[in-house]
Design a binder for this molecule. Structure first.
Ligand code: CP3
Length: 351
């Protein structure tokens, strides 16, 4: 196995000293890059791009070739699991993801099979292996999955949602059915992430994009508990190195202590939480990832530098910070501003 030339990201997650703060960006491979749009057109649509190993590898490497990111992320989607469970994922331009067969009844949930990644999602592990090979040790590769709760919102609503009427009705009216679904999803995610790890993923992140819409009690019972089950089911060591796990609940700033209690290695923060206070709350138990408002990238170089410096200052000196945005980059951003962002993190965090 080729040696890792830049292990800042893994060192920061292990809370070891680094020469400068590592940085990567959620959705770093995506529509803000003209070279991504070109390959996406060539593939025809987004899912065909995910399923084409060579093209998926190419777009995963585009941001690594263009900027000095300290980690690469698998190019895929969180909705591959529900697709493999037979729900029929498709994307409508400008409307986001949809399912041909969303879950409607208890029988629908009963009939679901747990995902066998090697059989049902080989295109994902093939992409992991190829990206890892093509990275050739430049930076580590992150694998990922959605959280059971976040996957369930799309499976039950059948599409993106603002108010989550159907899944919240089930949560309060038929909680056992929802627990059955979340349990099947947790087992599927464990299988999926372990397969990514055995194919070469060197860290994994769980995207709990919609955990923040839950009440305090419901969050612990319907989202956090299943992420904890996943953390406990993951292979945490591979190729002679620890494989860290990062949990990212958007809107989860009030639950950092609970997130740290799961035994994860890192917590992703959105921009509504002050990273310095977050650090004081979790102490030396976990690393923190984040957390610049993605909208800052719509400004200009000096405004970006100002915001980067202020987050670095708030975190303070010492170990355990991975710089990122508080959520994914949007398609309207000028790539030159991304360069300004990455360079500012490295410049102002130099030890
Ligand atoms: O970060 C990366 O660069 C890795 C790739 C990645 C994608 N999606 C590629 C993608 C990752 C990690 C995801 C995760 C994902 N997908 C999440 C969780 C993270 C988050 O943003 O909160 C969610 C909720 C999804 C579901 C999904 N997939 C949505 C809501 C959309 C946007 C639809 C739209 O039209 O805006 C997608 C599509 C998607 N996933 C794109 C990319 C690059 C854009 C698709 C395109 O090229 O048209």
């Amino acid at each position: 196995m080729t040696e890792l030339k830049n292990d800042r990201f893994l060192r920061a997650l292990a809370r070891q000293p680094v020469d400068r703060t590592p940085v990567w960006m959620m959705r770093q491979a995506g529509r803000y890059l003209p070279e991504y749009r070109k390959i996406r057109n060539q593939a025809g649509d987004f899912m065909s791009l995910c399923k084409n190993t060579d093209l998926a590898c190419e777009v995963a490497l585009q941001p690594i070739d263009r900027f000095n990111f300290d980690a690469a992320i698998l190019f895929s989607d969180i909705l591959t699991i529900p697709d493999a469970m037979g729900l029929g994922l498709y994307f409508v331009e400008g409307e986001g993801p949809k399912f041909h067969k969303p879950l409607r009844t208890e029988t629908d949930i009963n009939d679901l099979n747990i995902v066998d990644t090697k059989r049902d999602l080989k295109y994902v592990t093939d992409a992991v292996s190829l990206i890892r090979r093509e990275l050739n040790g430049r930076v580590p590769l992150i694998g990922f999955s959605g959280s059971p709760w976040t996957l369930a919102t799309y499976m039950i609503e059948g599409q993106s949602s603002r108010d989550f009427p159907n899944i919240k009705m089930m949560l309060y009216k038929q909680p056992e059915s929802l627990h059955q679904l979340l349990d099947k999803l947790a087992l599927s995610v464990i299988n999926y992430l372990n397969a990514q790890i055995s194919s070469g993923a060197q860290a994994v992140q769980i995207f709990d994009t919609w955990g923040g819409v839950l009440s305090h009690d419901a969050y612990a019972e319907f989202s956090l508990a299943y992420m904890e089950k996943i953390v406990n089911g993951l292979v945490r060591h591979s190729e002679g190195r620890d494989v860290p796990v990062i949990l990212f609940t958007k809107g989860g700033g009030q639950w950092l202590e609970l997130l740290a209690d799961t035994g994860c290695d890192g917590i992703g923060l959105d921009w509504t939480t002050d990273i310095g206070s977050a650090r004081r709350r979790v102490g030396d138990r976990v690393a923190l990832q984040g957390n610049m408002d993605p909208a800052v990238l719509r400004s200009d170089q000096s405004s970006i530098e100002y915001q980067v410096k202020s987050i670095l200052q708030s975190y303070g000196t010492g170990v355990g910070h991975i710089f990122n945005l508080g959520h994914g980059i949007t398609p309207d951003i000028d790539p030159n501003n991304v360069k300004a962002f990455v360079d500012a993190v490295h410049q102002y965090s130099q030890r």
